[in-house]
Design a protein around this ligand. Sequence first.
Ligand code: GLU
Length: 435
Amino acid sequence: MAAIRESTEQRIELPSYLSRDTLGPWGTFLQQVETVTPWLDPALHPWIETLRRPKRILIVDVPIKRDNGVIVHYEGYRVQHNLSRGPGKGGIRYHPSVTLAEVMALSAWMSIKNAVVNVPYGGAKGGIRVDPKRLSQNELERLTRRYTSEINVLIGPDKDIPAPDLNTNEQVMAWMMDTYSMNQGRTSPGVVTGKPVSLGGSLGRADATGRGVFIVARSVARKHSVPIEDARVVVQGFGNVGEAAARIFSENNAKVIAVQDDSGTVYNERGLDVGALRRFRQNAGTLLGFPGGERLDNESFWELPCDFLIPAAMEGQISAARAAKIKARFVVEGANGPTVPEADRILQDHDVTVVPDVLANAGGVTVSYFEWVQDISSFFWTEAEINMRLERILTEAFEAVWQVAEQKKLALRTAAYVVACHRVLAARAQRGLYP
Ligand code: GLU
């Protein structure tokens, strides 16, 4: 009897919002879990279902009074995908296209990422469906404070620790820290990371994701005996991640030949002056018209012959059609989820080595971890110390993933998932089921 009941229970359908057929990033994550399953220790198989079901989902209404007195409601989320290895950790994004399915996928990728670099966190993510460019600074502050109060039940330095993501920055983190602290009646810097240095932020955090992209790019290049010097680099996205990655590549004598953001694409065969491009964009609000390069149409960007292609914008940018055109030796994913599964297969067939997001952009959360450790101990490290530890953690993570890829003849993404899922599921199994 018991056996029959068990097998019936096994067949219980997933709720519709968890379905693999859901288009978009959550569907991508479920396919990635499927790909890795055959490579996982069979003893852990009974626990795989936990990866397919976020532990906790909170949907919040975020009403604010606009400057003109009108009350507007926004929808916000905080998803804790898995907490087996520690408190939840992951950023908050403000974007008009944020959906629950997207935040679920981003939270799951944080579980994997935190396990790849072996920082003691689970995975979480949050977001608000809003176009922050349409809000004044005061409205943005009210939105952030109300959202923080609404997710107050979930967050805390030993529960769930937000950080910046798309369109959020150290000012937003300062407001979050202050709101949480006011509610607690004490200053609690460890509740968020990516704060201003004056409020317990860490030196090196701002550049950490871009620096990490460079560190793993250099590691993979060494394995293929490709020098960084004079390497041709193209970067999509010129925000916190793309700008820092482009700058650090060019400081190391690589040539950044093209940069694309939502304003367009600039190109210079001899290499763009990244500092001048940043100053130009700051003043002009666009990349277009930059005197040190020429305009290129957005689709031609994907066809440029190069050594490193760095997608550092949104998920889903490398579609199957674009993958077929890519002439890069390495794709190093600065963004979360930039490559759809079909494109992944095409790139593999074309011998393009993809360094996956969960490793390539893990520098950000690694320095977030350093920030949290510094806040808790109230003892702050030098930037040199932070960069040294960052390099050590990412290099070790890269080597662990590389070894699994070599041994089992797997793509780096699958190898990273093997390493990470093993860590998450082993922790899950050791903790056991409650009650
Ligand atoms: N939002 C970043 C990411 O996707 C950083 C997360 C964090 O520092 O917690 O990795």
